[in-house]
Ligand binder design. Structure first.
Ligand code: AMP
Ligand code: FE
Ligand code: FE
Ligand code: ZN
Length: 290
């Protein structure tokens, strides 16, 4: 990074968690950037699940709208039964270890989605082609795409109904995907020069065990996304105390998914000071300034 780039500053309002159709958002990256801009944002991150393929289009669109882009990703991880999402910012997208990890996760997501489609197809009128029709070419496939196929076939009203019923982990059709443990995920992002932040850490699944959090901090975990609509007390309060104790980074974001969720760009934001801390800590890539 040049001295010129380093001296530039990202200006808010800032939203560091948005999805495009390169994963389970419903809009291409340029449209996501346009939506962010309409909602008054000036700095944004594209954080598709397990892929960086949307970065180039997002950078082009963001800068043409006068916004700064922080390239990012939401990396899938799992601790026991609990799915853990690790946001990574400003890492090197060509890092071989991280790429091998995301390739493996995406491969597993594909075979898992096919197996789930087969299982669902025994009871409902649904084929793999229905899911392909809901998934952009090359996108990271997930249950949201199966949900959209179920909606298109008229089996459920919306993604929410699909997730609480047919796609539920408690149901007969669910298949696990391969996901690394959270410490491996954090270490992979750090190894690629990025800054790892746990997404929606106080959502329904509740807090990770303290020992796991300590392990992630030792591996270089930078902070927590405390501003997220799915976070709940009392877990949130416990994390606020942890963050204060370790002087960690705190972010706030929308987790926008286009029409896939009601979340609106900018509904939670990240302070300029915290964005600056993320940029200062990263060595893998730089913000793309307007
Ligand atoms: P997967 O990683 O394929 O198991 O799918 C999980 C993804 O589905 C998460 O990234 C969420 O964005 C999305 N998701 C989870 N629950 C819901 C819901 N109730 N409505 C819409 N999207 C959801
Ligand atoms: Fe998602
Ligand atoms: Fe997530
Ligand atoms: Zn997300």
């Amino acid at each position: 990074m040049s001295a010129g780039q380093r001296s530039r500053r990202c200006e808010g309002p800032t939203d560091l968690h948005l999805h495009s159709d390169h994963s389970d958002g419903t809009e291409p990256p340029a449209q996501v950037m346009a939506a962010a801009h309409r909602h008054g944002l000036r700095t944004v991150a594209l954080t598709d699940h397990d892929t960086t393929s949307g970065w180039a289009e997002a950078a082009e669109a963001a800068t043409s709208l006068g916004m700064t882009l922080l390239p990012g990703m939401e990396l899938s991880a799992r601790h026991e039964w609990r799915s853990v999402h690790v946001l990574g910012y400003l890492f090197d997208p060509d890092d071989t270890t991280l790429r091998a990890l995301t390739d493996r996760i995406r491969d597993s997501r594909l075979s898992r989605a096919r197996t789930m489609a087969d299982r669902i197809g025994r009871d409902y009128d649904l084929t793999w082609d229905d899911i392909v029709a809901q998934t952009a070419v090359g996108a990271t496939v997930g249950r949201p795409h199966i949900a959209d196929a179920l909606v298109a076939r008229g089996h459920v009203r919306d993604r929410g109904e699909a997730f609480s019923g047919i796609l539920s982990p408690a149901g007969a059709y669910y298949v696990d995907l391969y996901a690394p443990d959270p410490i491996t995920a954090v270490a992979a992002i750090v190894g690629a020069g990025g800054v790892p932040i746990i997404a929606h850490p106080a959502a329904r699944a509740g807090l990770l065990p303290a020992r796991m959090v300590d392990g992630m901090l030792a591996a270089g975990l930078a902070g927590f996304e405390l501003g997220h609509r799915e976070n709940r007390e009392p877990a949130l309060g416990a994390l606020r105390a942890l963050v204060a104790r370790h002087d960690l980074i705190v972010t706030g974001s929308s987790d926008y998914h286009g029409l896939g969720k009601p979340n609106v760009p900018g509904e939670n934001t990240t302070s300029d000071e915290m964005v600056q801390r993320i940029v200062a800590r990263a060595t893998g890539s730089a913000p793309v300034y307007a």
